[in-house]
Design a protein around this ligand. Structure first.
Ligand SMILES: Cc1cc2nc3c(=O)[nH]c(=O)nc-3n(C[C@H](O)[C@H](O)[C@H](O)COP(=O)(O)O)c2cc1C
Length: 159
């Protein structure tokens, strides 16, 4: 039984946070389920505040890579590793319906690369992507996908 729509993300310069806040408002107009947001950056760095999830969630991840071109170099994640650690903690990834990547298309092959890496590592789908703060279209498209995941009784294969 789904009790809430949980959106777990990391945001360093505020773009992803802006997107998930607009997504929350959109979802609240479409469902009576409470929409809960968690920025893992707000959890302390030594993981003492990490906790085991027992509810399903969707993850949101901007891309921060260390230089390179995303082909033969530049696939090393910087700054966003707390989300990876949170997903690994207590096997929380088992409750993740999927991940939405974000980034800047000027980065070409590196656009949203880290979300693709997480999907491969943890075995959940990459649901969608958006650029920077995302447009209204992105909020509506991704919001409808999120809603359908939480509305239909659903288990992910790796739980
Ligand atoms: C140091 C740095 C590296 C970045 N590297 C990438 C990248 O490799 N690929 C990409 O798509 N976007 C890249 N971006 C763009 C960010 O993903 C984008 O600005 C995103 O919206 C930031 O989200 P936030 O404001 O929630 O932290 C980079 C930005 C910075 C500042």
């Amino acid at each position: 039984m789904v009790k809430s729509i949980n959106l777990i993300y990391i945001s360093l310069s505020g773009n992803t946070e802006s997107f998930v806040k607009r997504l929350k408002a959109y979802l609240e107009g479409k469902t009576d389920l409470p929409v809960k947001l968690l920025n893992v950056k707000d959890l302390v760095k030594d993981q003492a505040d990490y906790f085991a999830m027992s509810d399903y969630f969707v993850a949101f991840l901007p891309t921060y890579l260390e230089g390179g071109n995303g082909l033969d170099s530049g696939d090393v994640e910087i700054l966003t590793t707390p989300l990876r650690d949170f997903l690994a903690f207590s096997d929380n990834y088992r409750y993740c319906y999927g991940i939405v990547g974000s980034g800047n298309k000027n980065f070409n092959n590196q656009y949203c690369l880290t979300a693709k890496q997480y999907a491969k590592q943890f075995g959940f789908p990459m649901l969608d992507d958006f650029e920077l703060r995302g447009l209204l279209d992105d909020v509506e498209r991704i919001g409808d996908k999120v809603l359908s995941l939480f509305k239909e009784p659903h288990t992910v294969s790796n739980v």
